[in-house]
Design a protein around this ligand. Structure first.
Ligand code: FES
Ligand SMILES: [Fe+2]
Length: 440
């Protein structure tokens, strides 16, 4: 392919030579419009993306509208309990079919000229059909466009606008273990709690993805958060689950990172103490149901996972889903939801929500600092004289395959590293990205 995104040109943008101690990316990858177009076509509109959680479309008729790249889509729970996904676009002249993000309906009627579709996508009513199209017209030519690929793993629903994709489980690869560490916390299932926040960052989406698993910034960008929480908790006597684990922000506990392969990546840190987690009330149940090594990963270690390219599942102080959606090369829409075990106690739910608000919400004490750091980094990328963004940190301690704690979790990373400060987890992300963007 010609232009900026041909294979040779993409290879030149990722200087991938770990044997020489080098891994760096040309900062133009955050700025170039042609690369953005290829990302949309080949990644966001051409491969699996997260759509919603099953709890958001629980009952027959429940639907949830979102986007695959730039294209509006929705997921609809069918009468038989199965799921279907559709382009959220009327087959007549293309009006967006449902303007609501969520609802329950057996049929959806377009607000423009009033055509109606059943929840299986069949076009069942055309206003004044006989006078416009004649008797016996075959309405099925106007059935909705169904997503060619839709699948669910452990309650997380993914879809693709292309049917030419790997099976969902292959796409998810080793990230499956980390989705299970969250999903298996509840015998009754997880639920996305009502309410969400959306905000837009003035920066390229890849910086948000990188930042989600960048443990290195926490002790600088979030020092005000850590100090404020420490002072508040000392003064007001926060106890048990209401306490926030500031130990991990100051790196006083064991932590690490994994390149999970296929672009998925994760950072983790020990919980100190475990009693701060809302899930700690379920410790006995988890220990009965799962081997010790798995309970360590489900409860005793906090984790922040990126499912390639831009779904974050964070399970540190609270549990959340965060979705980074590129709006343009310079703008990223972020949506956050709090996720919780359905059967947790009132006390645990209260603690979970307060800690979610504290750190993660746009109105909290940490997200605004992240946004400032990311917008400054995007702006700095325009300094083209200094070409490279450096990802060398931790190369000397990176090991191929699993370390001791990966083994007890039963997953097989490409590489393991000794600190969440390290940058070696990004390598398969950028290799996967380079390969997909270069594709014609
Ligand atoms: S665009 Fe939907 S009915 Fe005309
Ligand atoms: Fe941060």
């Amino acid at each position: 392919m010609d232009g900026m995104t041909g294979t040779d040109k993409m290879d030149a943008l990722i200087d991938d030579r770990p044997k020489d101690g080098v891994f760096r990316v040309d900062r133009n990858i955050y700025l170039d419009e042609e690369i953005f177009e290829a990302e949309m076509r080949n990644i966001f509109e051409g491969n699996w993306q997260f759509l919603c959680h099953e709890s958001q479309v629980k009952k027959p008729g429940d639907y949830f509208a979102t986007h695959l790249g730039r294209q509006p889509v929705y997921v609809h729970r069918q009468e038989d309990g199965s799921l279907k996904g559709f382009l959220n676009v009327c087959s007549h002249r293309g009006a967006k079919l449902t303007p609501l993000q969520q609802g329950n309906a057996k049929t959806l009627t377009c607000r423009f000229h009033g055509w109606t579709y059943k929840c299986d996508g069949a076009c069942i009513r055309i206003k004044d059909e006989a006078t416009g199209y004649g008797e016996g017209f075959d309405r099925s030519v106007y059935d909705l466009r169904e997503l060619p690929a839709l699948g669910s793993y452990k309650g997380f629903i993914f879809g693709s606008l292309s049917g030419d994709v790997d099976p969902l489980e292959d796409f998810l690869g080793e990230s499956r273990a980390f989705l299970a560490f969250v999903a298996d916390q509840s015998a009754a299932g997880l639920e996305v709690l009502p309410g969400s926040q959306k905000y837009v960052i003035g920066g390229n989406w890849k910086m948000s993805t990188e930042n989600a698993v960048d443990g290195y910034h926490t002790s600088t960008v979030h020092r005000v958060f850590a100090n404020t929480v420490s002072l508040r908790e000392a003064r007001e006597g926060y106890e048990g689950m209401m306490k926030t684990e500031v130990g991990r922000l100051a790196k006083k506990v064991r932590n690490g990172c994994y390149d999970l392969g296929r672009g998925h990546m994760v950072i983790w840190a020990e919980r100190d103490p475990v009693s701060t987690s809302p899930l700690s009330e379920a410790e006995d149940r988890l220990s009965r149901d799962y081997p010790e090594g798995r309970v360590n990963w489900m409860l005793r270690r906090g984790r922040n996972l990126i499912v390639y390219p831009s779904l974050m599942i964070n399970d540190f102080a609270a549990t959340q889903i965060r979705i980074f959606r590129p709006l343009s090369v310079n703008e990223t829409e972020v949506t956050i939801y709090c996720l919780a075990p359905s059967e947790e106690s009132r006390e645990a739910r209260y603690a979970r929500l307060r800690k979610f608000e504290d750190f993660f919400m746009a109105s909290g004490m940490a997200t605004s600092d992240d946004v400032t750091a990311l917008e400054a980094t995007h702006e700095g990328s325009r300094g083209r004289v200094a070409r490279w963004g450096e990802f060398h940190r931790g190369m000397g301690t990176m090991i191929a395959g699993p370390d001791d704690v990966a083994e007890e979790g039963g997953f097989m990373p490409e590489t393991s590293n000794t600190s969440w400060d390290h940058e070696t987890l990004y390598y398969s992300f950028y290799r996967q990205w380079r390969q997909q963007v270069a594709r014609a």
